[in-house]
Design a protein around this ligand. Structure first.
Ligand code: KG4
Ligand code: ZN
Length: 376
C-alpha cells in the first residue's frame, strides 16, 4: 500500500510517499520533500503563526509536486494528513489540500495525530543518514530494508518536540496510554528559549548543541561521562537544576531552567565562553531529566522497546546518553531512535503512522484539531 503523507502543522511543509507491505515490517520511503520557513522566524526569535501559515500556502504545491515526481496518482492508495496539534493557520493549509486530493482522486483520507506520528519515524526503514538526507536514494530502499528490526509492544515512547514532551506506553498501534507530560515548557521549548537568552539563533536546539560542543572538556576531544561534565578548562562553573527529576510521576517541568539561566546571566557579561558553559549545562540538565525518567519507566513497565522521537531526539548528547543507559539497563530492551533527518518534522512518519493505524475518515468529517493530545 502506498500512502501520500502531508505535514503542515508548524513551520515545516512536507510531503512524502511511503510504501508498507505488512504490519510486521517497516515501511519504506519512496519519495519525500521538506521545505522550512525557519529562516523567516529567525529575526523574531520564534514562530509568528501568520508568517508560518502564509509560507505553508506558498510552498505546499511545489513540495507536493516534488514528492509526487514520477509517481502516478493512480498508484497512491490513500492520503494521510496531520490534523493537529499545531498552529491553526498552518494545519488548515495541509488539511484542506489533502481533502481536495482525496475528493478529486477518490482516495481514502486518514487524519493523523502529529505527536503519535512522530513515534512512527521508528517504523521507517532507512539505511543511513546520507540516505535520509537524499530523497532520490529512497527510491531503491524497498528490497533492502523491510526486514530490519521492528519495534515490539509494549513499547515505551518518549516524544520530545518543540511544543510537547510526552511519555507514553504503547500497548498496540491503536492503544496508547499517557504516562506523563510537561506541566509547562516542553524540552524543545526550553532549548529554544534558553538559546534566545544566550543570543543564539532560532531554532535553539541545534544552536545550543553546537555551542555545547565547543565547551572545553578536560582534555581535547574527550567525551564527558554520563552525568559528569568536563569543566576544568572553562572559566565558568555553571550549575543548573534538574527540575522534577526525583518526582514520583512521569511529568516534566522545564520552565524553571529558563529562570535559573536568567539568574546566571544577571551581573555577567555575555561572552563566548559563558554561552558555551551555559549551553553545555542546560543541555546536560534537559538530557539528564529525560533519561532518568525514561529509565525509571523502563524499570516499572518493562517494555520490549523504547522509542524516542521528535525534534529534540536529534540531539547528539541525548542520543548518546540514552544509548548508554539502555545498554546498562538491568532489563533487556531495544532502543529505537530515528536517523536525525527523521526526528524533525517530515511527512514520511505521518504516512507511516497512517499505515499502521489505518482508519480512514470521510473527507467531509476531517477537520483541524490544534489542541489534539497524543492519546486523542
Ligand atoms: O518535532 P519538531 O521538529 O517540531 C515540533 O513538532 O515541534 O521539534 C522542533 C524542536 C525545536 O524546539 C528545536 O529546537 C528542537 O526540536 N531541536 C533540537 C535539535 N534539533 C531540533 N533540540 C536539541 N538538539 C537538537 N539537535
Ligand atoms: Zn513535530
Amino acid at each position: 500500500m502506498k500512502i501520500l503523507g502531508i505535514e503542515t502543522s508548524c513551520d515545516e511543509t512536507a510531503a512524502a510517499v511511503v510504501e508498507g507491505v505488512a504490519i510486521d515490517r517497516k515501511v519504506v520511503i519512496l519519495s519525500q520533500a521538506v521545505a522550512s520557513s525557519q529562516e523567516f522566524h529567525q529575526k523574531t526569535g520564534g514562530i509568528v503563526p501568520e508568517v508560518a501559515a502564509r509560507k505553508q500556502i506558498e510552498v505546499l504545491l511545489p513540495v507536493l509536486s516534488e514528492a509526487l515526481n514520477g509517481i502516478d496518482p493512480q498508484y497512491i492508495d490513500a492520503i494521510a494528513v496531520t490534523i493537529g496539534p499545531g498552529l491553526s493557520g498552518s494545519l488548515l493549509v495541509g488539511v484542506e489540500t489533502a481533502k481536495v486530493l482525496a475528493l478529486v482522486w477518490g482516495k481514502p483520507l486518514l487524519a493523523v495525530n502529529h505527536l503519535a506520528a512522530h513515534l512512527y519515524a521508528n517504523w521507517i526503514g532507512v539505511k543511513s543518514k546520507s540516505e535520509a538526507r537524499n530523497s532520490k536514494q529512497f527510491r531503491n530502499l524497498k528490497s533492502q530494508n523491510t526486514n530490519t528490526k521492528i519495534p515490539e509492544f509494549p513499547a515505551l515512547g518518549l516524544v520530545v518536540s518543540g511544543g510537547h514532551t510526552d511519555l507514553v506506553l504503547m500497548h498496540s498501534h491503536k492503544d496508547i496510554e499517557q504516562l506523563g507530560s510537561t506541566r509547562d515548557d516542553a524540552a524543545g521549548e526550553a532549548f529554544d528559549k534558553i538559546a534566545r537568552m544566550l543570543g543564539l539563533a532560532y531554532p535553539g536546539g541545534p544552536a545550543i548543541a553546537a555551542a555545547a560542543e565547543k565547551f572545553e572538556l578536560p582534555s581535547k576531544g574527550a567525551t564527558p561521562k554520563v552525568g559528569q561534565a568536563g569543566r576544568r578548562n572553562s572559566k565558568f562553573e555553571i550549575s543548573l537544576p534538574r527540575p522534577m527529576i526525583d518526582s514520583e510521576d512521569y511529568d516534566y517541568s522545564f520552565s524553571g531552567l529558563k529562570t535559573a539561566v536568567m539568574r546566571q546571566l544577571s551581573n555577567r557579561k555575555l561572552s563566548g565562553q559563558l554561552v558555551q558553559a551555559i549551553a553545555q549545562e542546560a543541555q546536560e540538565a534537559i538530557c539528564e531529566v529525560l533519561a532518568t525518567k525514561l529509565m525509571r519507566a523502563v524499570d516499572e513497565f518493562r517494555p520490549k522497546s523504547v522509542l524516542v522521537a521528535g525534534g529534540v531526539a536529534a540531539n547528539r548528547r541525548l542520543r548518546q546518553r540514552l544509548k548508554f543507559e539502555i545498554r546498562n539497563s538491568k532489563f533487556e530492551v531495544a532502543l529505537f531512535i530515528p536517523p536525525i533527518a527523521l526526528c524533525t518534522d517530515n511527512a514520511a512518519y505521518v504516512a507511516a503512522s497512517a499505515f499502521y493505524r489505518f482508519s480512514p475518515t470521510p473527507w467531509i468529517r476531517v477537520a483541524i484539531d490544534p489542541g489534539l493530545t497524543i492519546t486523542s
